[in-house]
Design a binder for this molecule. Structure first.
Ligand code: 2IT
Length: 450
């Protein structure tokens, strides 16, 4: 390995030894940058990589709120403003008991290169809290969000940092966060948060954007092989906004999701989750209890298998992990490779462990696409929301969808072009990493010491 790259990696590992998820992402990204680092010996002198792995700013804060019983509750809040070279920091807020600094740093680092890959003027950030919204009443969620924003508001703003949602932080939470932000700053500063409801300045199609974008990207991958999405069967994990958006767009384009996995097990619906009735049922099921997908199987009379995942089944054409990080480890990757299924399209942030990703990339019969490209449609429409807010106008669903489609095609094309330029062949993973990295690197070199 390039000596400069190797020494940076070694230092990052020593300095962040107790942040496994963060180290996992840094290792995956940096390793794939090797040809770009070889081509730019000038980066070493200005310690470009050392700067890139260090967040520009990290804020950690106390969030105290009262639950319905009148008891005090204390959570920890985070915002890691990772890199602002390309524009205002942009990235979601994750509300989940698993949240810690390692998770937020991994998501923030990943977000920098994803946001760069969109070609839009946004830097990368991530934040969140170890708050668990599941089982909490509306009032509790509102009081938590208000307390969270009472600290966060001083660090964000339409030209500074624009948070959005992520796991556990959907339209309801963004609504309460935005309401408190507006109250505190005393202005309708719409561009300080994205994912708002349309009546609060949100963009049409933002909830569906990540899933729709993933399917648009998939269409490019299939086109490259002379294939059509029509008739394709897809296995997804996750049925939040992202998984749901995939189901809806796939159905619209004549494909169907036949496997869906959740925390309790998986559902197999060979007819496809492709009717309004089925898609609406998932919304209701999720609102009542996000932890169980079995009610879908009960309602539509299909198979449910408890406590496991569907990866490795042969009767699909495409796997799309769209739940959370490290969903597919080496054991599952072997089953996936053995199944003979050709397309492994990552959707969730870092859904594959590094060894499993390497292993899948080596399978000659497979095409592997990375999440930072595939799921970038979400943040892209967030940026379109910021642009609409700055102009004080709303684009129609058709306009937003068309722009999203164009952005996803560009992301795919630039990843392919960069990988070929560096002699890596058809490598969508390295291509995405290098293409994103190159934009950030160019901006940082232009802006001098920071
Ligand atoms: O992972 C992601 O890209 C997001 N959670 C969305 C970020 C955003 O600012 O829309």
């Amino acid at each position: 390995m390039n000596a400069y790259l190797a020494s940076v990696l070694e230092n990052v590992k020593a300095k962040n030894a107790n942040e496994p998820e963060f180290l996992q992402t840094v290792e995956e990204v940096l390793t794939s940058l090797e040809p770009a680092i070889n081509a730019h010996p000038e980066y070493e002198k200005v310690k470009l990589l050392e700067r890139m792995v260090e967040p520009e700013r990290t804020v950690e804060f106390r969030v105290t709120w009262l639950d319905d019983k009148g008891d005090y509750q204390v959570n920890r809040g985070y915002r890691v403003q990772y890199n602002g070279a390309l524009g205002p920091y942009k990235g979601g807020l994750r509300f989940d008991p698993s949240v810690n600094l390692s998770i937020i740093k991994f998501l923030g680092f990943e977000q920098v290169y994803k946001d760069a890959l969109t070609g839009l003027p946004i830097g990368g950030a991530k934040g969140g809290s170890d708050f668990d919204p599941r089982g909490r009443s509306d009032g509790e969620v509102m009081r938590f969000c208000q307390a969270f924003m009472t600290e966060l508001y001083r660090h964000i703003g339409q030209d500074i940092d624009c948070p959005a949602g992520d796991l556990g932080c959907g339209g309801r939470e963004i609504g309460y966060l935005y309401g408190q932000y507006r109250r505190l700053v005393g202005a309708s500063e719409f561009g300080a948060l994205s994912g708002k409801s349309v009546t609060s300045g949100g963009s049409i199609l933002r909830p569906e954007a990540t899933g729709y974008g993933a399917v648009y990207y998939l269409c490019e991958v299939l086109k490259h092989d002379g294939e059509d999405i029509k008739g394709k069967r897809i296995g997804v994990s996750g049925y939040g906004n992202v998984g749901w958006g995939i189901m809806k767009k796939a159905a619209e384009l004549g494909a169907k999701v036949t496997y869906m996995a959740g925390p309790d097990g998986y559902v197999h619906d060979p007819d496809g989750i492709d009717t309004d009735e089925k898609l609406n049922f998932i919304l209701e099921m999720r609102a009542k209890d996000p932890m169980h997908c079995k009610p879908y199987a009960d309602k539509f009379g299909c198979e449910f298998v408890a406590g496991t995942k569907h990866w490795g089944h042969k009767d699909v054409d495409i796997y799309m992990p769209a739940a959370t990080q490290n969903d597919v480890n080496m054991e599952w990757a072997k089953k996936i490779a053995e199944s003979g299924v050709k397309y492994y399209i990552e959707v969730a942030n870092m859904p594959t462990t590094n060894d499993a990703l390497e292993f899948l990339k080596k399978q000659k019969h497979m095409v592997v696409a990375p999440s930072k490209a595939v799921n970038a449609g979400g943040v892209s429409v967030s940026e379109l929301e910021m642009a609409q807010n700055a102009e004080r106008l709303y684009w129609t669903a058709e306009e937003v969808d068309k722009k999203l489609h164009g952005i996803m095609k560009n992301i795919y094309a630039s990843s392919v072009e960069v990988a070929e330029r560096y002699g890596l062949g058809y490598d969508l993973v390295a291509g995405a990493n290098i293409a994103g990295f190159q934009r950030v690197a160019d901006a940082m070199m232009a802006q001098g010491i920071f």
